[in-house]
Design a protein around this ligand. Structure first.
Ligand SMILES: [Zn+2]
Length: 312
């Protein structure tokens, strides 16, 4: 079923596990992610990011992400990650995304607060949730998000006191923090500032988000989640797993792309399941829920019974 971020992150925060965000820029990725969530009975956040739109336009991905989320037997959030422009965030909300991130982390603190507060009010009017970012999670590859901070990463770490002020002033539902994490593949083993995660978790009462999860060790994840992280963003690991599986299948391909599709879906499913178990979100989706077609059947049954009763 399609839900917003509060419905999966507030229970995660309370019970000390984390829910993964996995980006799904094509159908194979989306199918692998949903299959993994249903197989492990895990809530999941699935989406895309503004920098990934060249690979799958927002409107087109909405055509499969939202119906797939509604049909799933587990809670699925459809999220726009790193919305960089006002218009992209609005488009996502209009298309039915249940959650957005408005990333103004490269603006001044005052601008970040002003812009995110304005967007938070709009997102909430749609019944959607919003994530903000304070401090700046940079990029290992030195892409659009900038890499100038790599000389002194700690200068961009999230300040716990400002974090509280930011959450209070903007009304965000989740906060992405910079604690030594970075996007893309790490060139050097990352060193997370766990003490800072603990301090922010004590100071701020909304769920905390760790970006740049691909490349951290299993122990990094366990510790970060224990210290207060409730959402982890993963893309590189499933992105690479899909292609490795296609590459392995390619050498004995006999029909064409239809040989590669199932290989990619299965690889994404396996990699996603691994992460769900590591984050302990497996088994947290509750009993299989009624999907829309079950609800239609149920509604018809109830209506038939009411008519019978009234005719007596
Ligand atoms: Zn990110």
């Amino acid at each position: 079923m399609l839900v917003n971020m509060n419905e999966v992150l507030l229970p995660a925060k309370k019970n000390h596990y984390a829910v993964g965000l996995f980006n799904a820029v094509n159908l194979e990725l989306a199918r692998g992610i949903i299959n993994a969530a249903e197989a492990t009975r895990s809530p999941v956040i699935m989406g895309t990011a503004e920098v990934l739109l060249p690979y799958g336009p927002l409107e087109e991905v909405s055509y499969y992400l939202i119906p797939m989320a509604k049909k799933a037997s587990v809670p699925v959030v459809v999220h726009l990650d790193h919305g960089l422009n006002f218009d992209t965030c609005i488009q996502a909300l209009k298309l039915g995304f249940s959650s957005i991130m408005y990333d103004c982390s490269t603006d001044s603190y005052e601008e970040n607060v002003r812009k995110v507060k304005e967007m938070a009010d709009i997102a909430h009017s749609y019944g959607a949730t919003i994530e903000g970012e304070l401090g700046h999670v940079g990029d290992n590859e030195g892409s659009a998000e900038g890499s100038s901070h790599l000389t002194d990463p700690s200068a961009f770490f999230t300040d716990p006191k400002l974090a509280k002020d930011f959450v209070d002033k903007t009304g965000v539902d989740a906060l992405a923090i910079a604690v030594g994490n970075a996007h893309g593949a790490y060139k050097l083993p990352p060193k997370l500032d766990f003490e800072r995660i603990r301090t922010i978790a004590k100071t701020v009462d909304v769920p905390l988000v760790l970006h740049g999860g691909s490349g951290l060790t299993d122990n990094d994840f366990r510790q970060a989640i224990q210290d207060g992280i409730s959402k982890v963003n993963i893309f590189t690991d499933i992105n690479v797993a899909a292609v490795e599986a296609e590459f392995a299948r390619f050498s004995h391909m006999n029909k064409g792309i239809i040989d590669l599709i199932p290989a990619a879906v299965e690889a994404v499913k396996q990699e996603t399941m691994k992460k769900m178990k590591l984050f302990s979100s497996d088994g947290k989706a509750g009993a299989p829920a009624l999907c829309d077609s079950d609800m239609d059947k149920l509604t018809k049954l109830v209506v038939a019974e009411v008519i019978k009763y009234l005719q007596k």
